[in-house]
Ligand binder design. Structure first.
Ligand code: 13P
Ligand code: SF4
Length: 298
């Protein structure tokens, strides 16, 4: 029996579901029940049957699943897979800013710890950030922790956004010069970038979308060639789901090291040992759940 067959057998025995983010290694995406963006994976974690969620992604994703499904066992096969951006803000730091702007709402990107979600009013992902910000009644919004996503949302709202100074170590590295170089190499190709990119990169692109939004755009478009400005793991789904389209990475260096820590062996071992398990103390989870559920209800 090869490792893929072993995982499938264990998955059935355990009544587990495997969720994988679009940036996961190709072989991990291939054994997952669902590969998607952060919002799709959060919704799946909230509604799925079964007792066990194997979350192939990074820690805040598994933590979010544990918060919304407290009765389920949530496993993060790569124990040390973290998101550096989520570590750029703590609940104590956010509380200081909140006390300075008591009239403002707090919108937190899903890329945050459960503690930060617990002191936020509502959560968002890259696919619904504009909708979430426009849904709050307050005219001022403290937006944490992604400065680039906050500035992107500012383009689509009359509310005043107060962005935190966090950033994604992968997307923040992408430059307009790389966009122009890729356009010179592939004239006429449509440029799609993630909203975690810098404003000047957003300005140079044709379309901005979440990871699954990028995949939908490529598959539905009549165009044939695309330059993809996000983590390169997304190319696996693009090649599988839209094989007739040509997709070129904007930057070969756009690799999230933490997303690549998952392996088939770690997934198999997690299903055998039911470890590493992610849990969130109920005291924190109860408030974090409100922020996540408020987003999921939109
Ligand atoms: P989405 O898949 O929601 O677009 O998120 C991108 C990301 O960087 C997740 O860490
Ligand atoms: Fe965090 Fe960026 Fe990696 Fe996503 S791609 S997990 S935001 S470092």
């Amino acid at each position: 029996m090869n490792i893929e067959e072993e995982i499938l057998r264990l998955k059935e025995e355990r009544q587990a579901i495997i969720l994988a983010h679009n940036y996961q290694p190709a072989e991990v995406q291939d054994i997952a029940d669902l590969t998607g963006d952060s919002l799709e994976l959060s919704r799946a974690a909230a509604t799925m049957d079964g007792n066990i969620i194997v979350f192939c992604g990074v820690d805040f994703m598994a933590e979010t699943a544990a918060v919304i499904s407290p009765d389920k066992i949530v496993l993060l096969p790569a124990k040390d897979a973290c998101c550096p951006m989520a570590e750029m803000i703590t609940a104590d730091e956010l509380n200081i800013v909140k006390s300075r702007y008591p009239e403002a709402a707090v919108v937190c990107y899903v890329n945050t710890t459960a503690e930060v979600k617990a002191v936020s009013d509502i959560c968002c992902t890259s696919s619904n950030a504009v909708k979430v910000v426009n849904s709050v009644k307050e005219e001022r919004v403290i937006f944490v922790p992604d400065r680039n996503l906050g500035l992107y949302v500012q383009r689509f709202t009359k509310k005043e956004i107060l962005p935190w100074e966090g950033f994604c170590v992968v997307h923040d590295q992408i430059t307009p010069a790389q966009v122009h170089k890729a356009q010179a190499l592939h004239p006429g190709a449509v440029v799609l970038v993630h909203p975690e990119c810098r404003p000047e990169v957003i300005d140079a692109a044709d379309h901005i979308a979440s990871t699954s939004g990028i995949i939908r755009h490529v598959c539905d478009s009549r165009e044939k060639e695309f330059i993809i400005g996000t983590e390169i793991g997304i190319l696996h789904r693009l090649n599988r789901e839209c094989p007739s389209k040509k997709c070129y990475p904007l930057s070969e260096a756009a690799v999230c090291r933490n997303m690549k820590k998952t392996s088939l062996k770690k997934v198999r071992d997690a299903l055998i040992t039911l470890q590493p398990r992610i849990t969130v103390p109920e005291k924190v989870a109860v408030s974090a759940r409100k922020a996540i559920e408020r987003m999921l209800a939109l």
